[in-house]
Design a protein around this ligand. Structure first.
Ligand code: KG4
Ligand code: ZN
Length: 346
């Protein structure tokens, strides 16, 4: 298959992309809905799907025009059909199915997290994988909806080594950002604020640190933050905010690095991928690079445009699946959860 067009609407970003058989992103266009959700301090599913409905078709039209491609140039369609917000997924899924039907093109429904795992393989004018990344590799996929550690054994075979038992890392950042008055989405604002603070000033718990445990948990760090902040006056909070942000961020980053280190030793990983919206975090990027160097591991973190939700990673996952002759038919439905067959359990 030479060229795949993909639609990603599993959460609050509307995104469409075209990726070719060299994994090159020929077109990518995304619309963020941050401003629409800002007044509510979090993603409102009804607003998310309404916005996808309003913008998806014009986005599709515009990337074809911008990239000088015609529908005839597209060999197959990929769409995120799991996991995510059902109403949001439905908008992309029905659109992709309708396109497949009318254009008589094959299509495949993709697991959004598989897209994140594969993102470092994408290529564009400013990025290519930093080394000859190949299987097996270990992938930490961390975003607003998921925090998973995978052992990507071979193409399309992902063994789940650990996952969060409660909040996702991005969700923890967002809730903390809201708590300290930084608004939504909190992750990037906490990252900025933390640059002015002392990461050692406050101590936050690191959960599940007992030996051998590869799962993550961020509810304890969130409750600890709530307890600390509720004792502060508004003035105190404003003064302490950079230190609170730096300390909170440090606790999350250290928890992630501790579990990565443990998992890497367990599976004897040599190559590591960190991906998903939270991998945009500047402290995590620095700390992960330092960790990888100290352990002699090769680390790939895709650029932010491929880390946050985007359709290019879905196009790539779809291309790989369709090249393996995996297709779906018009009975394909949306799923809020991953399918039991998506990941191997350790
Ligand atoms: O992958 P993504 O765009 O969407 C989901 O699949 O959820 O990830 C969004 C998440 C949000 O929780 C956001 O706060 C977090 O990624 N995020 C960050 C940073 N930039 C985005 N978290 C920490 N530091 C950042 N710089
Ligand atoms: Zn995501």
């Amino acid at each position: 298959m030479k060229r795949v067009l993909a639609i990603e609407t599993s959460c609050d970003d509307t995104s469409v992309a075209v990726v070719n058989s060299d994994f090159r992103v020929e077109a990518l266009s995304s619309l963020s809905q941050d401003l629409e959700h800002l007044p509510y301090g979090g993603i409102v599913p009804e607003i998310a799907c309404r916005n996808h409905t309003m913008h998806l078709l014009s986005l599709l039209d515009s990337i074809l025009k911008k990239s000088d491609l015609k529908w005839d140039d597209i060999d197959g369609l990929a769409v995120t059909n799991r996991p995510g917000l059902i109403g949001s997924i439905l908008v992309g899924l029905v659109t992709a199915k309708m396109l497949a039907l009318t254009l008589k093109k094959p299509f495949v429904g993709v697991n959004h997290i598989e897209g994140h795992i594969l993102a470092p393989f994408l290529v564009d004018a400013d990025y290519q994988p930093p080394f000859n990344l190949k299987y097996p590799f270990m992938a930490l996929a961390i975003s607003g909806g998921h925090s998973h550690i995978f052992w990507a054994e071979r193409e399309c075979h992902y063994r789940l080594l650990g996952r969060t038992l409660d909040d996702a890392a991005g969700e923890a950042f967002d809730k903390f950002g809201k708590l300290v008055g930084l608004g939504f989405p909190g992750g990037v604002r906490v990252d900025q604020e933390a640059k002015k603070g002392d990461p050692k000033k406050y101590s936050f718990p690191i959960a599940l640190h007992e030996e051998g445990n590869l799962d993550l948990s961020f509810s304890g760090v969130k409750s600890a933050a709530l307890r600390m902040v509720s004792k502060m006056t508004e003035e105190e909070l404003l003064r302490e905010r950079p230190h609170l942000c730096a300390s909170f961020q440090e606790a999350i980053v250290e928890a992630l690095i501790m579990k990565l280190d443990r998992a890497a030793k367990k599976v004897k990983a040599r190559e590591i991928v960190i991906t998903g919206g939270v991998s945009a975090n500047s402290r995590l990027r620095d700390r992960a690079a330092q960790w990888a160097t100290s352990r002699g591991l090769r680390l790939a973190i895709p650029p932010v445009r491929f880390c946050t939700d985007n359709a290019a990673m879905i196009a790539l996952a779809g291309l790989i699946r369709m090249n393996r002759k995996e297709f779906h038919d018009q009975t394909l439905g949306p799923s809020a959860e991953a399918w039991p067959t998506d990941f191997l359990m350790s």
